[in-house]
Design a binder for this molecule. Structure first.
Ligand SMILES: [Zn+2]
Length: 172
C-alpha cells in the first residue's frame, strides 16, 4: 500500500485495496468503503521577542538533538491553534505567553516525524519563570546577532522574517 501505514481497514478489518479516488490513489476498504486519507499533521510555534532577543528551546530528542528551535509542538485535533502555541511555550520554557498575531503558515515536512504544516504565531510574555521543561533541554533568549545552532529551516526562516520587519539600523 503506497503512502499508507495501514494494510487492514481499522473499522472492519478487511484488507485495503488501492483505488483512484479524489484525484489520487488511496487505500480503500472493499467491504465498508472506509477511505484512508493522509491528513496533514499540524504543529504550532511561538516567536517570542523580548528586548530584541528571541526565545529558543534546545531539543532533547532526535532529530537535531542539542540544536535550538522555536517553542513548538503538535496541536491536538480539538485544540485552538493559538491556545496550543501558548500551551507548548509554557510547557517547554515555563513562560506564560499570549499570542498577539499570526506570523506565517509554512508547509513542508522537515523530517519523517515532523509536521506537514507549521503555524507560527507572534507571542508576548505575560509571566512565569524561564525554565526548560517537558522535552526541552534548555530555554533561553538569544540576541539575533548571536544565535545558537538552529535545528530547522523553519526556525531560521521565521527569525529572518522577523528581522526583515526591523528598522535597518537594528537588523544588520
Ligand atoms: Zn472496512
Amino acid at each position: 500500500m503506497s503512502g499508507s501505514e495501514f494494510r487492514y481497514c481499522p473499522r472492519c478489518g478487511a484488507s485495503l485495496q488501492e483505488e483512484s479516488l479524489f484525484g489520487r490513489a488511496r487505500p480503500v476498504c472493499p467491504d465498508c468503503r472506509w477511505i484512508y486519507f493522509a491528513d496533514p499533521k499540524v504543529a504550532v510555534a511561538a516567536l517570542v521577542i523580548q528586548q530584541g532577543q528571541v526565545l529558543l528551546v534546545q531539543r532533547s530528542n532526535e532529530p537535531q538533538r542539542g540544536l535550538w528551535s522555536l517553542p513548538a509542538g503538535f496541536m491536538d485535533s480539538d485544540e485552538d491553534p493559538a491556545a496550543a502555541a501558548e500551551r507548548e511555550c509554557l510547557e517547554e520554557t515555563g513562560l506564560r505567553v499570549q499570542v498577539t498575531g499570526l506570523l506565517d503558515v509554512i508547509g513542508g515536512l522537515e523530517h519523517p516525524h515532523g509536521a506537514h504544516l507549521l503555524i507560527v504565531y507572534r507571542a508576548q510574555v505575560l509571566g512565569g519563570a524561564l525554565q526548560p521543561a517537558d522535552d526541552a533541554a534548555g530555554a533561553a533568549f538569544f540576541s539575533l546577532e548571536h544565535l545558537p545552532p538552529l535545528a530547522f529551516r523553519t526556525t531560521a526562516q521565521v527569525i529572518q522574517q522577523h528581522r526583515a520587519t526591523l528598522p535597518a539600523e537594528n537588523s544588520s
